[in-house]
Design a protein around this ligand. Structure first.
Ligand code: IMP
Ligand code: MG
Length: 331
């Protein structure tokens, strides 16, 4: 499984896409909801997925949406059409976000102005789910052809590889994040597993994804936040994949990362955008070819976290990756 160790947008989508190409899993399961955009860049073109897993990049991988996830039907259908025709599934129990939820959320001043919600109706739909009045995938005729028992699919495909794609980030977790500046679900490893319908003993590898710097969109604390001009100067200003809002930025934070390790029990760590901090790392795929400062920094992170750092992102495409899993005994 792939989990985000900061505030979302660490590049989980790219890491999951890389794993799909490198490991050729039989199945990939997406958790979360359409407030989260997972980005993958292929031959220079950006693809933002809000429902299907970015593992679509491997045409042999089946794509499923978890029972604890939420979908918007139009987004699901258009992503199936574009990325997953003939190999997409949605669990019977997956929740459905409807227009009323979007309206309700967008008229909530606290959520929109203080928390900085993406306004996708996800929180409002979760409220309805807790109140047991949310409609589920099984209630919609148009979803009938895609309905599946996703937890059963996971166990059936386990031998041939299953990737579970987490969503958002550890510090946006409803339980473990910077409440109330959080999203409407638990997005730590255990929350993701619960959404997918898998127990912790069935999981072989928990990949915790950090970015070489920290970003956050919306309200809430961001330790070490840089003034926008400084973030700009460093080339660290990104935009929200769903809302287009500029992301706030800060340098990598060891304390935050350690807390994410404590909350997620990773077996390995991925760090993306190494090239945004160490420019000469751009596009490299071998450890030996990384600049010495980058290698030293990665070793320092590994020492502090006491978890092997196995995947290093060096550019936007899935194959811009240094993969140390074999060397470090995690493959
Ligand atoms: P909501 O979950 O859309 O209500 O947003 C609540 C908070 O989580 C806001 O600060 C959002 O910016 C943040 N958030 C929600 N989804 C994502 C995401 O996918 N990436 C980054 N931040 C997110
Ligand atoms: Mg994102």
């Amino acid at each position: 499984m792939v989990v985000d160790g900061f505030f979302g947008d660490t590049g989980k989508g790219k890491v999951a896409a890389y794993l799909a190409l490198a490991d050729k899993p039989a199945l990939c399961v997406r958790t979360g909801a359409p407030n989260a955009g997972h980005t993958v860049t292929l031959e220079g073109q950006q693809h933002v997925l809000r429902t299907l897993p970015t593992c679509f990049v491997n045409p042999g991988t089946k794509l499923a949406v978890a029972p604890g996830a939420l979908i918007k039907i139009d987004v699901f259908l258009s992503e199936v059409e574009r990325y997953g025709r003939g190999r997409s599934y949605v669990d019977f129990n997956t929740g459905v976000v409807e227009d009323i939820h979007v309206e309700r959320e967008r008229s909530d001043e606290f959520l929109m102005k203080v928390v900085g919600s993406t306004g996708q109706g996800v929180g409002a739909a979760m409220v309805d789910r807790v109140l047991r009045r949310l409609r589920l995938a099984r209630d919609f005729e148009v979803l009938k052809p895609f309905l599946a028992d996703v937890p059963a699919m996971i166990m059936e495909n386990k031998r041939n590889g299953v990737v579970i794609e987490g969503t958002q980030g550890t510090f946006l977790s409803l339980y473990h994040g910077t409440y109330p500046y959080v999203t409407s679900r638990d997005v730590t490893a255990s929350g993701i597993l619960s959404e997918a319908g898998v127990g912790p003993k069935a999981v072989d590898e928990v990949v915790l994804v950090f970015k070489a710097f920290v970003t956050r969109v919306g309200g809430g604390p961001l330790p070490g936040e840089l003034p926008p001009e400084e973030a700009e100067r460093r080339g660290w200003v990104e935009r929200g994949a769903v809302t287009g809002r500029p992301r706030r930025a800060a340098p990598f934070n060891m304390e935050l990362a350690k807390r994410a390790v404590l909350l997620n029990t990773p077996t390995q760590i991925a760090i993306t955008k190494i090239d945004a901090v160490f420019k000469e790392a751009a596009g490299k795929t071998r450890w030996e070819d990384l600049p010495p400062e980058a290698r030293r920094w990665v070793e320092e992170v590994e020492e502090e976290m006491k978890v092997p750092v196995t995947l290093l992102g060096t550019g936007p495409e899935p194959h811009h990756m240094v993969d140390l899993r074999r060397e470090k005994g995690r493959a």
